[in-house]
Write a protein that binds this ligand. Structure first.
Ligand code: ZN
Length: 305
């Protein structure tokens, strides 16, 4: 069975032939900014270049329903209306078996099928990037929920009436642990008169995950405090998840964790501190890195009936 995995992102589209965890031929294009039709054409073009497939999996930003319809993908220009991505790609490629899910669910599938959580039936994933996303597998099955909300872990409340989140809510975990929120906090403190290597290093440019890692290595106190708050927020939510759904195994990944691998142990300790003896989950680093999207998308396609 030939399977192609597609990782549709806000800036680039990756496609590759995938056999289990092994990535073969790859293609990469900038994400077209003129709406879904152009994106579907780009995917179909890459699939042709790769020689076609029996099955195709796609990870995309936004919410995805059971029919492969993408809703609310603010990172994709011109995707304001619901887009029946699975149906459109099936038509454009001639491949009948097309599976679509959101990028975090797809990365979760990848880690469970071929990565850090291989062979584990009950897994929570937490990916710390610009925002914080997560996925939940219970009894070997990826949970989605009637509205696709399962694993939207960044928007779990960790502080009543706390910091404003990008989504408009208050006190959400992402408002403490997302890279964008950590950057906003660093700039707020800098503007209030606190010196920090974070702003010295980043200047007016985006404050990357690597900038946090370097500032921490420089023993910058503001960076240390911001990261401690992030760890605490994630640890809180992990501990809550353990008590809510009894998940014993946690995979921590995303750009922030790749640059700061010590967060894995820190989050494990922050979660354990809030749980009774013997209930602390095992926390491990994600294993698939940049390939999580394509490997996970292919795993999703391979799991189609
Ligand atoms: Zn939120």
């Amino acid at each position: 069975m030939d399977v192609i995995g597609v990782d549709l992102g806000g800036t680039k589209v990756l496609a590759a032939t995938v056999d289990g965890a092994t990535v073969g031929d790859r293609r990469k294009r900038p994400t077209p900014v003129d709406g879904p039709t152009a994106v579907v054409a780009a995917i179909a073009g890459m699939v042709r270049e790769l020689g076609g497939a029996d099955r195709l999996g796609i990870g995309t930003p936004g919410y995805v329903d059971d029919e492969g319809v993408v809703r609310g993908a603010p990172n994709l220009a011109g995707w304001d209306e619901p887009v029946p991505l699975a149906a459109l790609v099936a038509e454009a490629t001639g491949i009948a078996a097309v599976a679509v899910d959101n990028d975090v669910n797809v990365a979760t599938m990848g880690e469970v099928a071929h990565g850090a959580a291989a062979g584990r039936p009950d897994v929570l994933t937490v990916f710390m990037g610009t925002g914080v996303g997560g996925g939940l597998v219970l009894g070997g099955e990826l949970r989605r929920g009637p509205r696709g909300l399962v694993g939207e872990i960044g928007h779990v409340v960790v502080e009543r009436d706390g910091r404003r989140c990008a989504c408009g809510g208050r006190g959400h975990m992402e408002a403490y642990a997302g890279r964008a929120a950590m950057e906003a906090e660093a700039r707020r403190r800098h503007a209030a008169g606190e010196a920090t290597a974070l702003v010295d290093r980043a200047g007016d440019r985006r404050m990357k995950s690597g900038t946090f890692a370097k500032a921490l290595a420089d023993r910058d106190p503001v960076a240390a405090e911001i990261l401690a708050e992030a760890v605490d927020a994630v640890g809180c939510v992990v501990a809550s998840a353990v008590m809510l759904v009894d998940v014993p195994f946690v995979v921590l990944g995303g750009g922030v964790v790749e640059k700061l691998p010590r967060l894995v142990g820190d989050v494990a300790a922050a979660a354990a501190a809030r749980l009774d003896d013997g209930l602390a989950p095992e926390v491990v680093a994600a294993a698939l890195g940049d390939d999580a999207g394509i490997v996970g998308a292919a795993a999703l396609a391979a799991s189609l009936p």
